[in-house]
Write a new protein. Sequence first.
Length: 241
Amino acid sequence: MWRVARRPKWIAALVLALVVAGVFAFLGQWQLERSIAEATVIERDTENTVPLASIATPQSVITTDASGRMVSVMCSFVEGDDVVITNRPTGSGTGSWLVRHCRTPEGASLAVAVGWSPETITPSEIADSATPLVGRYVPTESPQQTDFRGGERSAIAVPELLNLWANPGPVYGGYLVAAGAPEGLLTIGTQAPVTERQLNWLNLFYAAEWAIFGVFALYLWYRLVKDEWERELEEASRQSP
């Protein structure tokens, strides 16, 4: 078969197939670039403070719209439910965060990361934060990040906090990172969520089509060469005694 493929007409056909495949590859790349360039930017207003109750409810999973929003909430801290989270990354290394149990007037519970310190935190020495609280509402973390065997609690996992609080009641699915720390702690820095981009799927479909056409051009050359080779074999078998 490869002796047939090395004939001048099939070499020329291969060159033509490669040129066609190259054109299709260029068109596919162009459609892919258009899909990225024309991606729809999903804008979310996360920096204007809104009441927590307007975007989230207790006993429900945090929504995409609520994740990363700056919110305000009126609540009071429950004495004795403070939890120190250790080995948390900071701008200059690691430190400890103080997480407090805050209860709203309606009786719902909210975990609040009120501040951090590079040193060991003694919760009883930290004053209560001012209310109403203002901060960024973020999703709960996984309890699997905590090294229980090492005696460390390094994740702010709402399901885990439920087992530590005396009387949690209905609980918000995310937790609040306070925008201002009480005296004795440093403020935990937060960032606005990354802007999401939604790709143009029609252009992606066209890009895949051009890639398929390019592969088909090469396959067509292979199929034609093989057909001629098989035809010549059949003719030779008929002529043999």
